[in-house]
Design a protein around this ligand. Structure first.
Ligand code: NAD
Ligand code: GLY
Length: 366
């Protein structure tokens, strides 16, 4: 068992990482569930594959549980699902001292966390992430949200979980396209601050995609440690540290918006395209060696990422993409920070890149 502690004072929590951990989830959850009651929120796909194992673990630990099962997919992160979950939790009599469990990918984690943040002005929740993306990124750090008509993750709250339980074995049922999308967030940690980890990714990325449990476990532990360090330095994204985690996301969200936040373009696939755009823009601005951008392109291509938005049927003009970027939560007085690169492992927040310059870059890049 690897335990990564997230030391946030009164909001501190452990991330437990171990293959086969699901069988012991009841034992780990029992001290967190005030009355021995758990409400599990999940999606139909995950319920069919992994809810029986969690249910058995809860029963074995003498706990009772209720489940709320939602349709899978990004479209579930909406107002209607939030209302349904909150009303159902109230009907079930869930109290602040009870625990709400998110069993699923980032969609279920973000939605459940937000519901928990507003239920009775805030109740406890536990993340049991089941996709690579959620195991390396979204389950850690307390960002919760739903999407709004105007854009992605525009309605939400910072609400830390009380524990994160990661069983890499559940990835065995994850389609390779989802595994690859999650890998984009793994490689991101190397790019933004750890060139040695990027070297490791170049050597071990194919094993992660091939389902190698040891490589997956190492990638998850390294990613959780990297994210924890960043979250502890800047829990609420106020001092340009946590913002680094948005590498590739401003471009990526614009492509996701153009795809209607649908499963036509997965979040991780959009992030991969966005990270490539950020490197190429940095090279075009003379900030980053072109060789580093080329190295990233070679790695992402070798990992099977499509880096041309057109491959996903996205034919948006640069002006349309800039229009989407203007909806970004980070917009301040008409200006948008971009995460740019001085080289692999050397990301920084640039506050002075005019959107007109980004639009001109996209004219030649798309
Ligand atoms: P997801 O939750 O939609 O899961 C992807 C698909 O995989 C779904 O169809 C799901 O049913 C299925 N699935 C999940 N686990 C499975 C398993 N073990 N076996 C088989 N199928 C399984 O998507 P995701 O990629 O996990 O998360 C994307 C979301 O996360 C986006 O909404 C994004 O905005 C959010 N996100 C949030 C943060 C954060 O810090 N809160 C960070 C990154 C991304
Ligand atoms: N995934 C971005 C963040 O957690 O800040």
């Amino acid at each position: 068992m690897v335990i990564v502690d997230v030391p946030l004072g009164a909001r501190a929590y452990p991330i437990h990482i171990r293959a086969g951990l699901m069988a012991d989830a009841g034992v780990l959850l029992a001290p967190l569930a005030g009355r021995g009651r758990i409400a599990v929120i999940t999606d139909e796909t995950v319920a069919a594959l992994h809810l029986p194992a969690l249910a058995a673990a809860l029963t074995a630990a003498g706990m009772t549980f209720e489940s709320i099962v939602l349709p899978p997919g990004e479209a579930t992160k909406n107002w209607q699902s939030l209302e349904l979950v909150v009303e159902r939790l109230l009907t079930l009599g869930v109290e602040r001292g009870d625990a709400v469990v998110a069993l699923g990918g980032g969609v279920i984690g973000d939605l459940t966390g937000f519901a928990a943040s507003i239920l009775r002005r805030g109740c406890r929740f536990v993340q049991i992430p089941t996709t690579l993306l959620s195991q390396v990124d979204s389950s850690v750090g307390g960002k919760t949200a739903i999407n709004a008509a105007a854009g992605k993750n525009l309605v939400g709250a910072f609400h830390q979980p009380v524990a994160v339980l990661i069983d890499p074995q559940v990835l065995a049922t994850l389609p390779v396209r989802e595994l690859r999308a999650g890998y984009a967030e793994v490689v991101k940690y190397g790019l933004l601050g750890d060139p040695a980890f990027f070297d490791w990714c170049e050597a071990n990325g194919p094993a992660i995609l091939a389902g190698d449990a040891e490589a997956q476990g190492m990638a998850i532990a390294a990613s959780c440690r990297a994210k924890t360090a960043i979250v502890v330095a800047d829990e609420r994204e106020t001092n340009d540290v946590r913002a680094l985690l948005n590498l590739g996301h401003t471009f990526g969200h614009a492509f996701e918006a153009e795809a209607g936040f649908s499963d036509r373009l997965l979040h991780g696939e959009a992030v991969a395209i966005g990270m490539m755009a950020a490197h190429d823009l940095s090279a075009a601005l003379g900030l980053c060696p072109a060789a580093d951008a080329a190295r990233l392109r070679a790695h992402l291509t070798a990992m099977g990422f499509a880096l041309d938005p057109a491959a996903f049927g996205i034919g948006a003009s640069p002006a349309q993409l800039i229009h989407h970027m203007r909806q970004d939560k980070k917009m301040r007085a008409g200006s948008l920070p971009f995460i740019l690169m001085r080289g692999i492992g050397r990301a920084f927040v640039a506050h002075d890149v005019p959107l007109a310059r980004v639009e001109a870059f996209l004219q030649g890049w798309l």
